[in-house]
Write a new protein. Structure first.
Length: 147
């Protein structure tokens, strides 16, 4: 699944859109970002770096239809969430613990990845886009920034 994170034109927010094969677009919410890594982007980085297969992004790739995305909720999408509810809850707890710990300057297992993403995010101009490929295996991850 390809995910495009776009910095708002004023540079203070982030919107994302996921492209699930074959041609399914999932628009995400727009969130505040400021000079920090936006929460959903941090979640992506953390879940991918730790190989979390059934957190938010893995479930979205499987077809989950969360309330927070701009798509009609489907029975199939709700079933993905039900099937992985414990893993989702644990992933959310872990992501928040790591993200907020990193923001406080505490050591985390993904400091390097979050530090690199912060540099990439800050370097994007307003309206710039960052395209990431979702796969929890680190060796297959591809990151590229478009200006």
């Amino acid at each position: 699944m390809e995910v495009r994170f776009r910095k708002t034109d004023d540079g203070r927010g982030c919107a994302w859109e996921a492209l699930r094969p074959p041609r399914n677009r999932v628009p995400g919410p727009t969130m505040a970002a400021g000079g920090d890594v936006p929460h959903d982007l941090a979640t992506f980085v953390i879940e991918q770096a730790l190989g979390i297969e059934h957190g938010f992004w893995g479930c979205l790739a499987e077809g989950a239809t969360f309330r927070s995305v701009k798509r009609t909720r489907t029975e199939r999408g709700r079933e993905v969430i039900r099937r992985h509810q414990r893993e989702l809850d644990e992933a959310e707890r872990l992501v928040n613990e790591i993200h907020f710990g990193w923001r406080r300057g505490e050591g985390t297992p993904v400091d390097d990845e979050l530090d690199r993403m912060l540099e990439v995010w800050r370097a994007l101009p307003g309206g710039g886009e960052l395209t990431l490929e979702w796969t929890p295996e680190r060796d297959r991850r591809r990151t590229r920034a478009r200006r």
